[in-house]
Design a protein around this ligand. Structure first.
Ligand code: MN
Length: 344
C-alpha cells in the first residue's frame, strides 16, 4: 500500500485512451457522487472523441446518483457483464482491490491494460499507469485534467447532463458542497469554469441532497437516539441495526450524511456511524472536523485503516465482517485507545 503514487502523467493517460478503441470506466462499488461523476464525465469525454466507452457500476447505486446518467452510459451488475472487445479499463476514484471486489477477476485479466485517476492516499497497483493526486479534493478534479488533455469542451452532453455537470457533482459532494478544508483556490477555480459551462448547481443540489425518501426521517431519528459519547464527549458513536432498517423501511441508500450530524455539536470532533448491512457485515463511516490552531486533529483515514478501510483525513469508512454488537465492541475499543485532545 505504501507505493501508491502516480506512475504516469495526465498526457500519458490521455495517450493510452486515444490508443484504445473500447474503454470500460470503473469505480468503487456503491459509487458516491464523486465516483459516479468521475465515471460519467470520463465516458462523455471519450465518446466526444469518438471512442466506444461505457461506465460500469457495482453494488447498490443510489437512485438519485443513477438519475444523473443517461440509460446507455452505464451498466450495473454484481459483477456487471464485461464486453469481450474492451481493450482498456479506466479506474477512477479508487485504487483499492477491496473496493472493486466484484470486478477483481476481470481486472486481473486486464493486467497492463488498466489506467487510473485517483485522489486517495492508499491503494494498490491495479492500474499500471495512474495519476494519484492527493491534493485534489475530488477525483473529478483529476478527471477534469484528462478532459482538458483530450481537448473536449466541458459543455459536451451525454443527453440531459453535460461533462461539466458530472465533474461538478464530484467536486461538490466530496467537499460537502464546498465546506471542507480540501477546498482550495483550484477547487473554486474549477467550480467557476463549470458554472460558466452551464452547470445548474441548485438543480444538482436538489437532485442529490433534497430528494430523500420519507423513511430517511425515521432512520435518522433512530440513529440520533442511539448516540453515545466517548472520550469526554469528543467522539460520538451511532448504531443502526437490521431491526432499525426493518422498522423504518429504510435502506442503506437512506442514511447518507447522517454521520455528519453529531459534528454540529460543539466539542464533538469525531463521529462514527455503524450500520448493519446484512447479518455478518457492519458498514462503518467515520468523520472528523478541524478543532482549530494547535490542536492535533483526528485522522479518520488512519483510524479506518485499523479495520481494513480508508478514505481521507476527515471522511473515511470501513466494512467490518462482524454483526453490529461485535463491530461496536471493536470500534469502541479503538476509540478508547485513540490519541485525542493533544496539541500538535
Ligand atoms: Mn472521491
Amino acid at each position: 500500500m505504501s507505493s501508491y503514487a502516480s506512475t504516469a502523467s495526465i498526457a500519458q493517460i490521455a495517450d493510452r485512451i486515444r490508443g484504445a478503441s473500447h474503454i470500460a470506466v470503473l469505480t468503487h462499488a456503491r459509487p458516491d457522487g464523486d465516483a459516479a461523476g468521475s465515471v460519467l464525465a470520463a465516458v462523455r469525454a471519450m465518446r466526444a472523441v469518438g471512442l466506444r466507452a461505457k461506465g460500469y457500476f457495482c453494488g447498490s447505486v443510489d437512485p438519485n446518483i443513477q438519475s444523473l446518467a443517461q440509460s446507455d452510459e452505464t451498466v450495473h451488475g454484481n459483477p456487471p457483464t464485461m464486453d469481450s472487445t474492451i481493450d482498456l479499463a479506466l479506474l477512477v476514484d479508487t485504487g483499492s482491490w477491496n473496493q472493486v471486489e466484484p470486478l477483481d477477476g476481470w481486472l486481473k485479466s486486464m493486467a497492463g491494460r488498466v489506467v487510473g485517476l485517483d485522489h486517495h492516499g492508499r491503494g494498490d497497483p491495479i492500474a499500471s499507469d495512474r495519476v494519484v493526486d492527493t491534493t485534489a479534493a475530488a477525483a473529478t478534479q483529476v478527471v477534469a485534467e484528462l478532459v482538458d488533455a483530450l481537448g473536449i469542451d466541458l459543455r459536451q452532453h451525454g443527453g440531459r447532463y453535460s461533462i461539466a455537470e458530472a465533474l461538478f457533482v464530484g467536486l461538490a459532494t466530496d467537499t460537502g458542497w464546498f465546506r471542507f478544508e480540501s477546498v482550495t483556490p483550484a477547487v473554486l477555480a474549477l467550480a467557476s469554469r463549470l458554472l460558466a459551462a452551464g452547470v445548474d448547481h441548485t438543480h444538482l443540489h436538489q437532485v442529490l441532497e433534497e430528494n430523500g425518501r420519507p423513511a430517511r426521517l425515521g432512520i435518522t431519528a433512530r440513529a440520533l437516539s442511539s448516540v453515545t459519547l466517548h472520550r469526554e464527549g469528543r467522539i460520538a458513536i451511532m448504531l443502526l441495526g437490521e431491526s432499525d432498517f426493518a422498522a423504518t423501511g429504510a435502506g442503506s441508500d437512506d442514511i447518507g450524511g447522517i454521520v455528519n450530524i453529531p459534528l454540529t455539536i460543539r466539542g464533538i470532533e469525531m463521529s462514527c456511524l455503524l450500520s448493519e448491512q446484512s447479518t455478518g457485515i457492519t458498514k462503518c463511516s467515520f468523520r472528523s472536523k478541524p478543532m482549530g490552531e494547535g490542536h492535533r486533529d483526528i485522522d479518520v483515514n488512519a483510524f479506518a485503516a485499523q479495520f481494513g478501510g480508508g478514505g481521507h483525513v476527515r471522511a473515511a469508512g470501513a466494512r467490518i465482517a462482524m454483526p453490529l454488537a461485535q463491530a461496536r465492541a471493536r470500534v469502541e475499543s479503538a476509540v478508547a485507545a485513540l490519541d485525542v485532545g493533544g496539541h500538535s
